[in-house]
Design a protein around this ligand. Structure first.
Ligand code: SF4
Length: 272
């Protein structure tokens, strides 16, 4: 790889960062919507969720167990994957608060079954030569100003091909995988651990479209320019968080909706 790679980060040890460790999830949430990030920081807002988000969490949980079985060189039967997802859906539904009705929450369970079947049928067979699953990694990054921050993330899986992430819910278009900051961030964590970029990054997308669940894999790669851009964006996010800059989601953002934002019914930016 080019020398640029070495300028992106220095050492891995922890401890003297000016701000607390940043997680990829929270940084991305801040970049998408500062208000949602702020809601998440406030313990009084409890654990709100929506049915589509819960379905995604449930399939993600089943996938993790599926990957653990693969690492033991076992293959989970389809029914086990479905049962794991349904159990997680029940746990989440009991633990979280929803604005949807009990009837709608019950229908979400049926949808979880169909999503888990799509994962087991289409996505699981593609997850081969697995190295690890949901392994949390941290890295100390040097931002363009020279400031250092500790950054953490948990890619869904690493295989001989690189890094993949499971997304369950909306159908992804190719451009989203190509531009995904999350995949870029995971690439940085991979670089820190292996000394080179992942050969590929990809999204395993289990999606609901025209009343049925299906799945696709979208491959992408990353260049040094992607990583430099990410560090610039990360520095702007850190500055914004520290200075208390709290912006709402951009106009017409798909995730600013009752379906995809758990805080929609409480959000001043939509007139509540
Ligand atoms: S409803 Fe929209 S603006 Fe409000 S927190 Fe959710 S995503 Fe952000």
């Amino acid at each position: 790889m080019s020398g640029t790679s070495n300028t992106l980060m220095t050492r891995q040890e922890r401890g003297t960062g000016v701000i607390p460790e940043l997680s990829q999830t929270l940084v991305e949430e801040y970049l998408r919507c500062g208000l949602r990030w702020q809601f998440r920081q406030d313990p009084h807002h409890g654990r709100y969720s929506t049915i589509p988000i819960t379905i995604g969490v449930s399939v993600d949980r089943a996938s993790h167990e599926d990957c653990q079985a693969k690492l033991r060189e076992q293959q989970l039967p389809l029914q086990d994957i479905v049962d794991l997802a349904v159990t997680e859906y029940g746990n989440q539904a009991a633990a979280n608060e929803y604005t949807e009705s009990r009837w709608e929450i019950g229908r979400g369970k049926d949808s979880t079954v169909a999503a888990a079947v799509a994962y087991a049928t289409h996505t699981s067979p593609l997850i081969e030569r697995l190295h690890c699953s949901q392994k949390r990694r941290t890295v100390r990054l040097v931002l363009p100003s020279g400031r250092e921050v500790d950054f953490a993330g948990t890619p869904d899986y690493e295989t001989e091909d690189g890094l993949g992430d499971l997304k369950c819910g909306k159908k992804w278009q190719r451009y989203r995988a190509v531009q995904s900051r999350q995949l870029t961030a995971y690439g940085l964590l991979y670089l820190n651990e292996h000394g080179h970029w992942p050969a590929h990054v990809w999204i395993d997308n289990v999606f609901h479209e025209r009343n049925r669940w299906s799945a696709q894999r979208i491959w992408a790669t990353r260049s040094d320019a992607d990583y430099r851009a990410f560090l610039h964006i990360l520095e702007r996010a850190v500055d914004g968080m520290e200075q208390g800059v709290i912006l709402p989601a951009p106009e017409a953002a798909w995730y600013c909706s009752p379906k995809w934002c758990p805080f929609y019914r409480r959000c001043p930016a939509v007139g509540v």
